[in-house]
Design a protein around this ligand. Structure first.
Ligand code: NAP
Length: 259
């Protein structure tokens, strides 16, 4: 078996119904992993599971809201019951709303964004860690440039992503010595429904980006899938970005960025 291969391993992709998560599921399946596809919307994950299975992969749709700890715990258990093991956790589920200046923001919607983007990552890690640690295990937390710099109108998003970046470091500190690899990975500006919502808001420079400049979800997905492979075992845990040319080279992603 090649060190690029994931045959015999199982991955759980949170937020697999669309965008980057769906592309990550495809990329993991292409390397031979069995996939648990997690999202709130049933139809798209059922359709993706059927497509992956038709291509020879093992895939199961698991409807779940990552904000609900009990539901996440049951989902992780269902994946382990189905596949017999869990090796990789991709914390990709996320929301951009509420978009707007802080004083105009609905407090309940702000709290809900943190509950999904940050507590959702905790929920999945909390439930998955006992299984991941039995195997060495990999966690990829989908990060963002917004984890490290504020953008107008995105206080919930930036705050929750900053929290995830710290959670990545806390996980490394607590479990790195046990063989767990934990990556935060910023995927760039990617052509997904999230960017459509951002563009419609018109509130900050990201909303005014040329749509032609957005990159396909398959690009970050290729790197995320590679991070799960044995080939990446020497790649340091921590926060990384698709803008890192050395990472793109290691993951064999042929794509150039202006900066
Ligand atoms: P997207 O197309 O809107 O997809 C978001 C995914 O998250 C969907 O599968 C959605 O599924 C799932 N999700 C949202 N809330 C959920 C919940 N409570 N429980 C379970 N699943 C949930 O967005 P995307 O652009 O692919 O974003 C994926 C990740 O990349 C996010 O973490 C985002 O912050 C990050 N990111 C994106 C960009 C970009 O330019 N697109 C840049 C930096 C970082 P359901 O609606 O079916 O639940």
């Amino acid at each position: 078996m090649s060190t690029q291969d994931l045959a015999g391993t199982t991955a759980l992709v949170m937020g697999a119904s669309a965008g980057i998560g769906a592309a990550v599921a495809e990329a993991l399946a292409a390397r031979g992993a069995a996939i648990g596809l997690v999202a709130r919307r049933r139809k798209p994950i059922e359709a993706l599971a059927a497509r992956l299975r038709a291509g020879g992969a093992q895939a199961v749709p698991l409807v779940c809201d990552v904000a609900d700890h009990a539901a996440v715990a049951a989902t992780v258990q269902a994946a382990v019951d189905h596949f017999g093991r869990l090796d990789h956790l991709i914390n990709n589920a996320g929301v951009i709303q509420p978009i707007g200046r802080l004083h105009e923001t609905d407090p309940a919607q702000w709290a809900q964004a943190v509950q999904i983007n940050l507590t959702g990552v905790f929920n999945a890690c909390h439930a998955a860690l006992p299984h991941l640690l039995a195997r060495g295990g990999t966690i990829v937390n989908v990060s963002s440039g917004a984890a490290h710099r504020p953008l107008e109108g995105w206080s919930a998003y930036c705050s929750s992503k900053a929290g995830v970046a710290m959670l990545t470091r806390a996980l490394m500190l607590e479990y790195g010595a046990e063989g767990l690899r934990v990556y935060g990975f910023a995927p760039g500006t990617v052509r997904t429904a999230m960017q459509v919502a951002i563009r419609a808001s018109g509130i900050n420079p990201v909303s005014r980006l040329d749509p032609e400049s957005l990159i396909p979800a398959a690009a970050p997905a290729q790197i995320i899938a590679w991070l799960c492979t044995p080939d990446a075992a020497d790649f340091p845990s921590g926060e990384h970005s698709i803008r890192d040319a050395a990472l793109r080279a290691r993951a064999a992603l042929q794509m150039e960025f202006a900066d």
